[in-house]
Ligand binder design. Sequence first.
Ligand code: PSU
Ligand code: MN
Length: 299
Amino acid sequence: MKIQYNSEVTDALKQDLPIVALESTVISHGLPYPLNIKTAKRMEDTVREHGAVPATIAVLGGIPTVGLTEDQLALLAGSENTRKISTRDLPVVIGKEVNCATTVATTMFFAWKAGIDVFATGGIGGVHRGDGSDVSADLPAIAGIPITTVCAGAKSVLDLSATREWLETNGVCVVGWRTSEFPAFYSESSGLEVDEKVDSATEVARIINARDRLGLDSCVLLTVPVPESDSIEAAEIDDWLSRALQEASERGIKGKETTPFLLSRLVEFSDGKTLDANIALLINNAGVAAKVAVELNRK
Ligand code: PSU
Ligand code: MN
């Protein structure tokens, strides 16, 4: 498969520098313009400040692209009709000259193909509330692609206990960054547990190296709570969320529209509080991912 790289990532791969993959659906569908481009750049800068190289991933003109130029990033952030692609879309869109934003599932796939071990996102997809048959393709990707994904747990709009259960059944090692609780995206706590609490990047690297020695195919899911100052109480979110879910069902929102719709309604209902939390956790996750990438790269 042909992958194109920007010059920063080309050099990093050649020199075997630590690299952190970043996704693009959060830019095109997760955050409003122009905060999306600002956040994408801040995530990249945060990775650099921690000593690693950022590789934001998308599909441009049908070509998987690992590491975007400034112009490519601006194009994705500013355009209304970028397609959000998950695993099932890959055979259709590759080879077609379309611009696509990659979700957790597809970003993981291209990161792995490019030999990048660490990936940072906001919150993973999971089992939806109400319709338990709506399960994000992020979950099987997490169970089947052996990299490390850094996230703030699964998005609060989901059925978190069903999502947590899915990860357990499918053998995904869920690690908590300085927490014993599975974070709930906008909230630090969910009442659910992680498999192991870790306090340092060294500890995480040991777990990742052991996964590799075991030859396991699953991702190590490193969950990092949203920074305390931006964390929102679960009870507060529940109220906004029931209104958003009600609206989604009245308006017949389905499939891949569901998550972006719910997230944007929550921003309105919360007067921007969920947006601040989302941005804070994205930047924070990028920093933790870079620390892990640097540690893994130490040989
Ligand atoms: N993290 C965020 N905001 C987002 C996403 C992650 O902070 O919008 C995106 C990711 O790309 C994830 C997707 O893969 O939401 C899940 O979409 P769905 O529930 O339709 O599978
Ligand atoms: Mn879905």
